[in-house]
Design a protein around this ligand. Structure first.
Ligand code: SF4
Length: 419
């Protein structure tokens, strides 16, 4: 495959607006007029190499290199090669602060379908699935009905829960209707759905694949940076004028993203980056780029592109306690750390937030995080513990103040959006 094949007379998107270029609620005709046709089978032989050259990373949270994941089920000579893989488009964004995948499935479902078909052709898939919650799946189904090439896609409705989008939960939901994670040592790329090699890709990742398949790696890399090429979708919510989904170039700073949403940086106390399993970034560090490299020194990752803004007037301990309480309630309660550790963590953080001055609370929280990390079948306890540790670190002065009976955030808000 050449770097810029296929799209025929259609010119590659030239600006920052790539994924939504076809416009709101774009039908198949508009999609084709905007992006051109795509023939997955003719692209298949070179697609993995093109993805490798593009540097595309997963947009669902883990940020794993897409070409390596696809390559893991396409190695000739491997005995697994004899078993046709399964590809799943995952649109179950369980994160309460993320709406980018539902927005994408509503306004650009054909790009997701293109990416799913292209990935399926590249790995010689025996079956393709699109998994998404009730509010989104109808848009994808309607889009698939508009085109003949999407008839092989099976649609499975995702439960509306935080962990329903975890990769092994996705496989379980499709296989037996129960969206619970399974042991994390099982590699889905070798033993996934019905023990077949299985690729689970976020829907935004697949939409990017649909573009790279048409316009090539060099085009993809024409925005972003060497280490964070292309664009990504970001959901900005919290203390902002309006909750928004934005497409930004890789390596854009958090400050620039917020300012382009009309947020005054002076009004911000911190930003939760990456979602409820993410980390707080203090206002002083908002010049950091929303990329794996830019956030690593701050102990954060872009995750699923979530920026939740905390206003200066808001108590970060109250906000964090509320999130941890939510996370404790969202566990599948099938492992000890979730059954016992997370509710206890939520309870202690709530005591700290609401004025309990027992000096041992901070140490108790730290000890609880140590006791749950790495002990669950999935990442849920680790992600929750990570948020607690980030809260204790970034808001250490607030913790000190609460333990002496004060709160540093007494000012009244001048402007508010609940996002
Ligand atoms: S760690 Fe928690 S969320 Fe994950 S499988 Fe176990 S009980 Fe479920």
């Amino acid at each position: 495959m050449s770097g810029t094949a296929v799209a025929g007379a259609v010119r590659p998107p030239g600006g920052l607006n790539r994924l939504f270029l076809a416009g709101q609620d774009a039908d198949y005709r508009t999609h084709l007029a905007t992006f051109g046709a795509m023939a997955p089978s003719s692209l298949a032989p070179g697609l993995v190499d093109e993805l490798a050259r593009s540097g595309l990373s997963g947009r669902g949270g883990a940020g794993f290199p897409v070409a390596r994941k696809v390559g893991a089920v396409t190695r000739p000579g491997d005995r697994l090669w004899a078993r046709s893989p399964v590809v799943i488009a995952n649109g179950a964004e369980g994160e309460p602060r993320s709406i980018k995948d539902s927005t994408l499935l509503r306004h650009a479902p054909h790009l997701v379908i293109d990416g799913l078909l292209a990935a399926g052709a590249a790995v010689g898939a025996s079956k393709l699935y699109l998994y998404a919650p009730a509010g989104s799946i109808d848009y994808a189904r309607a889009a698939a009905r508009e085109r003949k090439d999407a008839r092989s896609i099976a649609f499975v409705e995702a439960k509306d829960s935080f962990i329903s989008g975890e990769a092994s939960a996705v496989v379980n939901a499709i296989e037996n209707g129960i969206a619970l994670p399974t042991d994390r040592i099982v590699r889905l790329t070798t033993t996934g759905l019905r023990r077949l090699p299985t690729l689970v890709h976020n829907v935004e990742t697949l939409a990017q694949v649909g573009l790279i398949a048409r316009f090539g790696a060099a085009w993809f890399r024409s925005l972003g940076s060497e280490r964070d090429p292309g664009t990504r979708l970001v959901t900005v919510s919290g203390f902002v004028p309006q909750e928004r989904v934005m497409e930004v170039a890789g390596h854009t700073s958090i400050a620039d993203i917020l300012e382009s949403c009309g947020v005054s940086l002076d009004s911000v106390a911190a930003v939760l980056v990456g979602g409820y399993h993410g980390a707080w970034i203090a206002r002083a560090n908002l010049s950091a780029n929303l990329s794996a490299g830019g956030l690593a020194p701050l102990g954060a990752r872009p995750g699923a592109g979530i920026l939740y803004v905390l206003g200066r007037h808001e108590c970060p301990l109250v906000a964090s306690a509320s999130i941890v309480h939510y996370l404790a309630g969202e566990s599948a309660k099938q492992c000890g750390p979730c059954l016992f550790g997370l509710p206890e963590m939520a309870s202690i953080l709530e005591r700290l937030a609401t004025g309990d001055r027992e000096r041992g609370l901070r140490r108790q929280l730290e000890a609880l995080t140590e006791s749950v990390i790495g002990r669950g079948s999935c990442h849920h306890p680790d992600g929750t513990a990570g948020l607690v540790l980030s809260t204790l670190s970034v808001f250490a002065a607030d913790v000190d103040a609460h333990l002496t009976g004060r709160c540093l955030r007494a000012a009244q808000p001048s402007r508010r959006s609940d996002g």
